[in-house]
Structure formats: structure tokens, C-alpha cells
Ligand binder design. Structure first.
Ligand code: SF4
Ligand code: SF4
Length: 258
């Protein structure tokens, strides 16, 4: 079953994913309207990391919003395929307005470490990424424990001009947004991705993090290529071309009893 899951995820251009038990996050859900979409007997959470360390994003930070729309399409197509493959089970995806505490969940899935900045530090992309998730009532083997990463240098906390980060690991989104919306902030052109939301931020907490110093560009990553290739089935307006030839096409060719 894990092989089938990987096949479906990969066919839909989702390669950086992991799984954790739903009960590990059940009492940490974020209050939002989407909470009622969580399957009633949820058992597992599949977390997916989407890289943003690409030239397209560094050249135009607004590109992040387009990438998020494409990621939504990929998650939607993946859920369609998963529902077909495991027809007795429910699969619901979340990205924006997500009840899933995504940084914590991704770390439980073994995808990265929670930094003192409150951001997910992944080995491949540092904190240049965002996180989507699929919640299901199918029991799926877990993929890992939290990995280490943050060296607790406190640079992010000390350098945050809004005092929005605390040593206890808290991130005060209001303080962050208030600062970057003020005339004091001279660099509000970049985006900070955490807790399922794209926040316009000064980004200092990412720039000073030693974890991000050694991260290269992910221009050739299948997600970036699929998101930026004009011939892709994913469109920039939030739709996609069904039966276009990527994930769905590959999936339809699978034998029914695979
Ligand atoms: S984006 Fe800037 S203001 Fe917001 S938490 Fe990071 S360093 Fe602080
Ligand atoms: S700047 Fe230092 S303390 Fe902050 S997340 Fe990065 S490694 Fe951790």
C-alpha cells in the first residue's frame, strides 16, 4: 500500500512527502472553517513539502501565490486518484486556511525540523518551502520522527525587528504583520510561509538562518517545472486541464487490482 501511495503521489508530481498518525496532531488543530472537512475517523496525515527556492520566486515574490494555486491543483488531482485507488476511504487536502498545524506535522512526518523561527527547516530547501497536507481515515505506516536541524543560534529571534519570535518557540503573526505593514519596514517584498499562510514579511528570520545559507536553487524540481511550464496541465488561474497527460494519465493506465 505504501508503494501504491508513492506511485500516486509521484505521478502527480508530489515527491517530498511523509506520513504521521492523525492522533499526534488531533488536539493541536487550528480553528478555521475547513476543520469540518476532516474525515470523522481520521487516522493519518500525508504532508507534502513544496519548494520555493527557485529563480522564478526570487525574481518575483508574487510567484509564490501562483505556485500555491498549482500546488492546490496537484493535491486535488492526487486526492481524486487516492479516492479511486482506496475507494472505501476518505481523502481531504488542505493548503490555505488549513486546520493542520503544518510545520509541526511535517516535522512529525520526518520532513524537516521546527526552527526557533517557527519555520520548517528541510534538508533540501531550508525554509524556502510551503506545506500541504492530505488527511485520511486510511491507516498508513508512519515515515519518521522529527529530525534535528535548528542549531538554536537565536539569530532569528535576536534579529527580528518586530520581536515577533520568542525563545519559547512562539511566532506572533500579528506583530510580524504589523511591522511589515509599517513604514519602518524597508523590505516587505518577500513572503514568509508558515502555518498554511503566505505572510508578507521582511524575511530577516530566513535570511539570517545558517540553515538557509547552504541551500541551492530547485529550478529543476518537478513541482517547479510543472508549475512554470506553459505546457503543463496546471494552469495559473486555479484550474487544470483534466486528462492532460501527467498524473491522471499515468494513473488511469494502472491495472485495477494494482
Ligand atoms: S518576517 Fe521579519 S518581522 Fe516577521 S518574524 Fe521574520 S524577522 Fe520578524
Ligand atoms: S536562525 Fe538559528 S535559531 Fe533561528 S531557526 Fe535558524 S538555526 Fe534555528
Amino acid at each position: 500500500m505504501t508503494g501504491m501511495l508513492s506511485l500516486i503521489m509521484n505521478a502527480n508530481n508530489l515527491f517530498d512527502f511523509g506520513v504521521c498518525a492523525y492522533n499526534k496532531i488531533a488536539d493541536k488543530l487550528i480553528e478555521c472553517d475547513s476543520q469540518n472537512r476532516i474525515p470523522p475517523e481520521a487516522e493519518s496525515v500525508i504532508c507534502v513539502v513544496f519548494p520555493t527556492n527557485a529563480d522564478a520566486v526570487f525574481n518575483d515574490p508574487n510567484e509564490v501565490f501562483r505556485l500555491r494555486r498549482v500546488a492546490s491543483q496537484m493535491l486535488e488531482l492526487t486526492c481524486i486518484a487516492l479516492r479511486k485507488a482506496f475507494s472505501e476511504y476518505l481523502f481531504e487536502w488542505f493548503l490555505d486556511d488549513s486546520p493542520v498545524p503544518d510545520v509541526m506535522t511535517a516535522s512529525l512526518c520526518g520532513l524537516g525540523a521546527v526552527g526557533d523561527s517557527g519555520l520548517l527547516l528541510t534538508p533540501q530547501y531550508g525554509s524556502f518551502c510551503f506545506i500541504g497536507s492530505i488527511v485520511t481515515d486510511l491507516i498508513i505506516p508512519e515515515t519518521g520522527d522529527e529530525i534535528t536541524g535548528c542549531v538554536h543560534c537565536k539569530k532569528c529571534i535576536e534579529r527580528c525587528p518586530a520581536a515577533a519570535l520568542s525563545e519559547q518557540g512562539g511566532f506572533d503573526k500579528e506583530k510580524c504583520v504589523k511591522y511589515v505593514s509599517s513604514s519602518e519596514c524597508k523590505n516587505a517584498n518577500s513572503f514568509l510561509l508558515r502555518q498554511g499562510a503566505a505572510v508578507k514579511g521582511c524575511n530577516i528570520c530566513r535570511e539570517v538562518c545558517p540553515y538557509n545559507q547552504k541551500i541551492g536553487r530547485a529550478n529543476g524540481h518537478p513541482f517547479i517545472k510543472a508549475a512554470t511550464n506553459p505546457g503543463s496541465i496546471y494552469t495559473s488561474d486555479g484550474g487544470y486541464k483534466p486528462m492532460g497527460g501527467l498524473g491522471q494519465e499515468k494513473f488511469r493506465k494502472l491495472p485495477d487490482d494494482f
